[in-house]
Design a binder for this molecule. Structure first.
Ligand code: WTA
Length: 646
């Protein structure tokens, strides 16, 4: 916690779209009259057929539905590309910065228009039709953006799978949404190291017999095998298709994309977003939160495999006609000055990243930052996990030279766009607080019984009513949608996060209250990692919890019970870590793995994670009541083993 208040700089209050008075006025209007408010702001995108109905929402179990602008029609790709061609065709839409610092590329809106139409025709040539799900497993190259926009153009539903996921994880996501089309690339490169995307795809497709077509974009030129009758090179098909492709007229509530995310139970959920409300919300938040002005160079360091990449590299910025920078590499390659060198090279004005990157760079000291100019920077942003005040202050002082406001933006894959964040011309900042809600968003803190809590307090973070960017369902499992978000606290959307509200009405996100971990800003379900471990032939049982980690925010701590007759060894530990990487991907690698002869369970067999978390945190003084355990002795064993782990 930090008591510091960093005032809105006077020039920001004057020049920003919104100052404090305007924020209050707009916010009040948005809560008092959401229909009137969104009827007006929905016009920020171009509609083919304008909507007459603005909002139709019910959070009731029997009738759960969320509809915005439901009788309007539009095309998301048209809004992100075509509509800018006339007036700003020669302006840069995408700046691409390669992993190799000597490689970059700029793509104007006119060029983007050409690329996307051609990509759309390649999809059609391969048999993709409106409503089909297309899986995109790509590195951070412009073709990833073309592919997503091409899907939107022809009304196909993209499902982007992060390039760091394993073949098994990719296969699960292809199967879950019955995707018959995959777009990938020969290889990706990050930090100078190749990532075998096509090879991973081949492995995944061993268990996906329904995939008809794999479109392969050549990137590194690395060797790949092409399966006859299934795999095609993008450039070969692109050479023979037409260069013009009209936009499909889509209903506001037609699906735009699916994005898989981890929950506290079961396999990852396919979060479904639709077209109209999502685009309105992504573009509006992008404009106001980042105070995006024409001509600004905007850089969000996320990967398009995550929602941040969808909403704030692609859809939000492009809908606003912005210049968005896409970075293939990592912040520490070739060295830890890279981000600031890129800012200087491309004159970046707005920089948006995750606390884990800030902490990792902070560890390298001030020198790598100070040797760059960064004078183009105007605004800094943070997303993905709580930012500790120490990292916030370093970001503000060292990176931003105390000149740039920081917008700490709280939101989720499910929310489509930012829900709680400062507006840089309106909100005084407190390091570590996401501050105040965006327009149309009414946060409610409730106790565990669902009673709303008032004033300065802490509780479970819910949102009282819908906003246009909200997810519409879990793909193929509407029941799970209800159960996950609307069953625990009736009539409200429950985020899964805990939160404190201070005496000024500022919100401080305290982290997940469920069994979801946030590791380097990536969401991981403990249940997913546990089931991966248990799938190993030598493992009888596993329990995974988070523990505080200096760089990653949370680290992954796995307790593993081996089957009878199996001997614990350091080699087996390594093997299990490798196993999890193979099952899910490197981001799920356990940081610490402890052998557990037994796990603390209640008499009914429920694992008491509270105790496991305390042990992982090295806090043995506060284990709480262990008398209800079936075998209280296991706790002592676990503590002994923990101490051996150091
Ligand atoms: C966490 C990423 C604190 C939170 C956009 C949420 C944050 C989860 C913040 C969603 C923030 C995201 N401060 N915590 N500014 N932003 N989170 O779906 O726990 O990958 O529930 O979306 O990240 O992660 P997701």
């Amino acid at each position: 916690m930090s008591d510091q208040l960093i005032k809105v700089p006077a020039d920001w209050a004057k020049s920003a779209y919104v100052d404090d008075a305007k924020y209050t006025e707009m916010y009040e209007q948005s809560i008092k009259d959401p229909v009137g408010f969104w009827a007006e702001h929905g016009k920020r995108v171009d509609w083919i057929k304008p909507y007459t109905k603005v909002k139709d929402v019910s959070y009731n179990q029997r009738d759960l539905h969320i509809r915005w602008f439901e009788d309007g029609t539009l095309n998301a790709c048209y809004n992100c590309v075509d509509r800018h061609v006339k007036d700003k065709g020669d302006e840069v839409a995408i700046i691409w910065e390669g992993d190799d610092p000597s490689v970059d590329q700029t793509i104007t809106y006119t060029q983007l228009h050409h690329h996307v139409q051609r990509f759309a025709n390649v999809l059609k040539d391969q048999g993709v039709k409106k409503g089909d799900r297309v899986t995109i497993y790509m590195p951070m190259i412009p073709e990833a953006a073309y592919a997503m926009l091409a899907c939107a153009r022809i009304g196909a539903v993209h499902s982007v799978v992060f390039g760091g996921f394993s073949p098994d994880a990719l296969a699960g996501r292809i199967q879950d949404c019955d995707s018959r089309f995959v777009i990938t690339s020969d290889e990706g490169v990050r930090g100078g190291r190749p990532i075998p995307l096509k090879e991973n795809t081949d492995d995944a497709l061993d268990s996906c017999p329904d995939v008809e077509s794999v479109i392969v974009v050549e990137h590194t030129g690395g060797a790949v095998t092409m399966k006859e009758g299934r795999d095609v090179w993008y450039h070969e098909v692109a050479g023979r298709v037409d260069h013009e492709c009209p936009c499909e007229e889509m209903n506001a509530e037609d699906p735009l994309f699916i994005l898989y995310t981890s929950g506290s139970t079961g396999k990852p959920k396919g979060v479904l977003h639709t077209t109209g409300g999502y685009l309105v919300y992504a573009s509006m938040t992008h404009q106001y939160v980042f105070d995006y002005k024409p001509g600004d160079i905007y850089w969000c360091t996320a990967d398009v495999g995550w929602v941040t990449g969808h909403s704030y590299i692609l859809y939000g910025p492009l809908a606003n006609g912005a210049t968005t920078l896409m970075f293939e590499g990592v912040p520490t390659y070739p060295d830890s000055s890279r981000c600031w060198q890129v800012c200087d090279k491309h004159n970046v004005n707005i920089f948006y990243t995750a606390p884990t990157a800030i902490r990792a760079l902070m560890r390298e000291g001030d020198e790598p930052v100070k040797k760059t100019s960064r004078k183009s920077l105007r605004l800094l942003g943070s997303v993905g996990e709580p930012i500790n005040p120490e990292a916030w202050l370093w970001y503000h002082k060292v990176v931003g030279d105390e000149r740039c406001p920081i917008v700490d933006t709280w939101w989720q894959t499910e929310t489509g766009g930012i829900l709680i964040s400062p507006l840089p011309g309106a909100t005084d900042l407190k390091p570590g607080s996401a501050t105040r809600p965006f327009f149309g968003v009414e946060p409610v803190l409730v106790d565990n019984d669902g009673h709303p809590l008032h004033g300065a307090t802490s509780g479970n973070l819910c949102i009282a009513d819908s906003w246009p960017g909200q997810m519409r369902t879990v793909y193929g499992d509407h029941k799970r949608f209800f159960e996950t978000y609307f069953s625990q606290f009736k009539g409200k959307y429950f985020s899964g996060d805990g939160c404190r509200r201070d005496e000024d009405g500022y919100y401080w996100i305290t982290g997940r209250v469920d069994d979801v971990l946030n590791v380097s800003g990536h969401r991981m379900g403990t249940a997913e990692i546990e089931s991966a471990l248990v799938a190993h032939e030598k493992v009888a049982e596993a329990a995974v919890v988070g523990y505080p980690h200096d760089i990653k925010g949370q680290g992954i701590y796995a307790y593993v019970t081996l089957k009878q007759g199996q001997d614990p060894s350091d080699d087996l530990k390594k093997e299990l870590v490798q196993w999890v990487r193979k099952e899910i991907g490197p981001i799920a690698s356990p940081d610490l793995l402890q052998w557990a002869p037994g796990l603390p369970k209640t008499r009914s067999g429920k694992i008491m994670r509270r105790i496991l978390r305390k042990i992982a945190e090295d806090d043995f003084s506060n284990l709480g009541d262990t008398s209800t355990l079936a075998d209280p002795g296991v706790v002592d064993d676990l503590i002994d083993n923990r101490q051996n782990l150091g």
